[in-house]
Design a protein around this ligand. Structure first.
Ligand code: BES
Ligand code: ZN
Ligand code: ZN
Length: 515
């Protein structure tokens, strides 16, 4: 899809369709809608007066303008309700763009002008529009050969009359990078287990490293043994597929390495390419969904892919421990005791609580590489869906400032996080009789005890943990995106990195103003 921007008038724009955001209870008697109404020969005011469209989020009206009449070159008009004007920000712009482009694609439109109508920051508006459109166009039907969505938008123009051209273009480019990276993550998450083994995932990581210029190191089983990663290896034991640990490093231009004592952010993501539960095998109902148990890792790769292109001024480390979790004659048994890289011993009570085991060693390895702040993300517990559903991602950690920053970064891009407590009392639930700790803490507070387990390996650093088990997969389509993998947290973490960069550099430009 070709992406363009226009700071000119909408009427001259050479596209088949225009999609325009309409605010709640907005009338066509002033400003942009008045212009559009006049250009459409009063069609707009008659739609608004009929109250067919009241501007609520999720509403839309699709019109054909009379052929031959004066007025816009585009002969089709999609009006999209976007809710209250006072609540309209980058996150809503992105949803507007997604909803608009999905609707127009289904109407077989090939060229689209999107008019987001957020006027305060041209670059941020343009970025949110392009990002939302690209995310909106993703479909999970990669392997379908019949009844596939063949319609495609060929050209997208972001329209913001009177805006700064350069800012629009810069924003559109950023939006493209972010949108494509979100879809990269979604594509990996969507892959069946057979097509996304740890080896294949590591190949994908290698590809982005080569394409966008990141340092990469992939640890194989021998190196994991040398590092003493007994927790990660205990999960891999039952599988015929060798485990991999991907380590990607982004260094800003001119920086060679991170000095001792310098702040170093690491993103760590769970990369279980299929989770059968191991010997504590899962029920077969819905087990196919456990292909997305590598989404935390895919999120890290998606963020690193974008970071490499957006080139923020701070270094970022990405660590993705990856293995299958399979039952076999060689698999770890409930009751086995394993020794993590940190030296802590773990009694494996339930082999289905494998994510925390691989994260334990990945966090230790990030620390070894000098990380001072770690954000880990994982489809870690079913319990988080019980608590928060598919609306909020669970967030926990040891550094309230870091947690607040992630929550705020999410709010700006339209991704919700809800903090759960992590009092030290919960750690009692993971005390073991035979070893230092055990990998499950009983029925109570499942999401919290999982985090309490990882916390045991995050001493001495600032740490936050995102449990994306409930939010990484959408059972239903939304107007602005398909069902299936959501790519949750990629945008939040990119915004986080950008905000941190602004703080570190004292710069003002965050690219995503939120007024
Ligand atoms: N990958 C699962 C968690 C999960 C469940 C993700 C549903 C997405 C959807 C994780 O490895 C797991 O099995 N967790 C167990 C932990 C339990 C054994 C303490 C769970 O949540 O049931
Ligand atoms: Zn599991
Ligand atoms: Zn799992």
């Amino acid at each position: 899809m070709e992406i363009q921007t226009s700071a000119g008038g909408f009427a001259e724009l050479d596209v088949q369709a225009l999609a325009v955001a309409v605010f709640k209870d907005e009338r066509a008697d002033e400003g942009f809608l008045k212009e559009l109404d006049e250009a459409s020969g009063g069609l707009l005011s008659s739609v608004l007066e009929s109250e067919e469209l009241k501007g609520k989020e999720g509403e839309s009206v699709y019109l054909h303008l009379p052929a031959g009449a004066d007025g816009p070159k585009a002969k089709r008009l999609l009006l999209v309700g976007v809710g209250e004007r006072s609540d309209y920000r980058a996150a809503q712009v992105s949803q507007f763009a997604g909803a608009a482009i999905r609707t127009l694609r289904s109407r077989n439109v090939k060229s689209v002008g999107l008019v987001p109508r957020l006027e305060d920051d041209a670059a941020a508006t343009s970025a949110a529009t392009v990002e939302g459109a690209i995310i909106g166009l993703f479909e999970p039907d990669k392997y379908r050969t019949i009844d596939k969505e063949e319609r495609a938008i060929e050209r997208l123009v972001v329209v913001a009359g009177g805006a700064d051209e350069e800012a629009l273009r810069r924003g559109a480019e950023r939006g493209r990078v972010v949108g494509e990276s979100v879809n990269f993550t979604r594509d990996l998450s969507n892959e069946p287990g057979a097509y996304m083994t740890p080896t294949i995932m590591a190949e994908r990581a290698q590809e982005i490293a080569n394409e966008f210029g990141l340092e990469i190191d992939v640890l194989d089983q021998t190196r994991m043994e040398q590092e003493g990663m007994g927790a990660l290896l205990s999960v891999a034991r039952g599988s015929d597929q060798p485990p991999k640990m991907m380590v990607l490093t982004y260094m800003p231009d001119g920086k060679q390495s991170v000095e001792d004592g310098e702040d170093f952010l690491a993103l760590v993501g769970k990369g279980i390419t299929f989770d059968t539960g191991g010997i504590s095998i899962k029920p077969s109902e819905n087990m196919e969904l456990m292909k997305y148990d590598m989404t935390g890792g895919a999120t890290v790769l998606g963020v690193m892919r974008a970071v490499a292109q957006l080139k923020p001024p701070i270094p970022v480390l990405g660590v993705v421990p990856s293995t299958e979790n399979m039952p076999s004659g060689k698999a770890t048994k409930p009751g086995d005791v394993v020794r993590a890289m940190s030296g802590k011993t773990i009694e494996v009570i339930n082999t289905d609580a494998e994510g925390r085991l691989i994260l334990a060693d990945a966090v230790s390895y990030a620390k070894k590489l000098g990380a001072t702040r770690v954000i880990d993300m994982a489809t870690l517990t079913g319990a988080v869906s019980i608590a928060l559903g598919d609306v909020n991602t669970g967030i926990l950690g040891t550094d309230q400032e870091l947690i607040n920053e992630v929550i705020e970064s999410g709010r700006e891009v339209g991704e919700k996080f809800w903090q759960l407590p992590l009092d030290k009392e919960y750690t009692k639930q993971i005390k073991s009789d035979i070893a230092d700790i055990k990998n499950v803490g009983g029925r109570k507070a499942g999401t919290i005890t999982a985090a309490a387990f990882i916390k045991e390996f995050a001493d001495g650093i600032s740490w936050a943990h995102l449990d994306i088990a409930g939010t990484a997969w959408g059972d239903e389509a939304k107007p602005f995106r398909s069902k299936g993998p959501t790519g949750v947290a990629v945008r939040t973490l990119l915004n986080f990195v950008e905000r941190e960069s602004a703080r570190a550099g004292g710069a003002k430009e965050t690219g995503r103003k939120n007024k």
